[in-house]
Design a protein around this ligand. Structure first.
Ligand SMILES: Nc1ncnc2c1ncn2[C@@H]1O[C@H](COP(=O)(O)OP(=O)(O)OP(=O)(O)O)[C@@H](O)[C@H]1O
Ligand SMILES: [Mg+2]
Length: 362
């Protein structure tokens, strides 16, 4: 069974990356509209404010901006804020939507002066399109190729000055020549719980939901440092508060609601817990290979590696070591289990657990 296919699993819907249907509409409604409304990311906000303010004062188009960071941290939101702050129209497209250089040429040649071009998932653009973009970013010019084969000719076309806003979850995958052509790069960090608390409170206000500070804090603490998840959890808690209580979100209501959706006190979902439980209960805390761990939880390798592990690693619950996956002491205490004595690793299939204790010290 593949976790990705199980789209109607509550936990998947709650912590999954993409928003769909209704969720998308609500997500759009909750987007902050200007820099002042944008919560957290102090450094990025301050730097971006300077970049945009200076461009406005000069009456010029702002430099190209690259936004990088994990899903749901506010890249799309910031791109729209940039357009709003510059009082400029915005055109939205994405790397995978641009198959051929010609697709990009068509978009670029129809831009107005000062327009913001938002290129989401910029790391997934095709090579020829990427090369066309280099020239467009630097010289505001593209070569449009007319004809095929030996008779093909390149017709240079001037573009109006525009601002490219690129977004990527994988800045490391961008070729350096592309990365270097951005005048300003903003790396978005995960949010602090107190910032997410403000996100929850703000969204509750917009959705006309009553939440007390302890209720907001409870939701924030389970939101994995991610505003999108905070907003999603808030909506599920709102449902619960409406059906099971008087509508008011308190700490108790939030905890009970998120219990129903299998989002635990640290924000782990069902898959995260399954991985951790297998690691602890079946393999004595590891080290165990990724493939073995994936089979034990009935998932694909990639699902465990890309969906569950990044958060577990970030939370300091799991370590990836050259000898395999290892649970940290925090993992044992989070699941309320007692680690076996270092002398006797009781787990099956751990494949020679000598020196396990030493791994914890890394
Ligand atoms: N700083 C913030 N303050 C308040 N709300 C925020 C903030 N950042 C993001 N959000 C909310 O989180 C949701 C997701 O943000 P957004 O769509 O901008 O993320 P993203 O980085 O583009 O994600 P992806 O990589 O999946 O495209 C939005 O609905 C927005 O309302
Ligand atoms: Mg986005």
């Amino acid at each position: 069974m593949n976790w990705d296919d199980e789209t109607d699993t509550a936990a998947e819907r709650i912590v999954g990356a993409a928003a769909e249907g209704d969720d998308q509409a609500v997500e759009a409604a909750l987007r902050p509209k200007d820099l002042g409304e944008f919560i957290g990311q102090e450094k990025v906000r301050q730097q971006l404010d300077l970049v945009l303010r200076a461009a406005r004062q000069r009456g010029a188009t702002a430099d190209h901006v690259l936004l990088s960071g994990a899903p749901g941290l506010g890249k799309t939101t910031l791109s729209m804020i940039i357009a709003a702050e510059m009082n400029a129209p915005i055109r939205i497209t994405s790397g995978p939507a641009i198959q051929h250089a010609g697709d990009l040429a068509a978009i670029l040649s129809s831009l107005q002066e000062g327009e913001i071009l938002f290129l989401d998932e910029i790391h997934r653009m095709s090579r020829p399109a990427e090369e066309m973009l280099y020239m467009a970013m630097e010289d505001f010019r593209v070569d449009v190729i007319v004809g095929k084969g030996p008779g093909a000719t390149a017709i240079p076309l001037d573009l109006p000055p525009f601002t490219l806003v690129g977004a990527t979850t994988r800045a490391g995958l961008l070729p350096p020549p592309l990365r270097d052509r951005f005048g300003f790069t903003a790396h978005m960090e995960f949010y602090e719980p107190h910032e997410l608390e403000r996100v929850v409170t703000r969204s509750a206000g917009l959705l006309d939901v009553a939440v007390d500070p302890a209720g907001a804090a409870e939701i924030a603490g389970r939101s994995r440092g991610t505003p999108r998840i905070a907003n999603r959890l808030l909506r599920r808690v709102r449902d619960y508060a409406q059906v099971k209580a008087d509508g008011m979100i308190t700490r108790e209501i939030a905890a009970a609601a998120l219990g129903v959706y299998e989002v635990d006190s640290r924000g782990l979902d069902r898959l995260d817990r399954a991985v951790l439980e297998a690691l602890l209960k079946l393999f004595g805390g590891g080290p165990v290979g990724l493939s073995t761990l994936a089979v034990a939880v009935g998932e694909e390798r990639e699902t465990v590696e890309e969906v569950a592990e990044p958060f577990l690693v970030r939370e300091g619950l799991l370590a990836r070591t050259p000898r395999g996956r290892v649970a940290t002491p925090a993992a044992w205490s989070h699941l309320g289990l007692v680690p076996p004595q270092a002398a006797g690793p009781g787990g099956a299939g751990s494949g020679g657990g000598k020196g396990q204790a030493g791994l914890f010290g890394m």
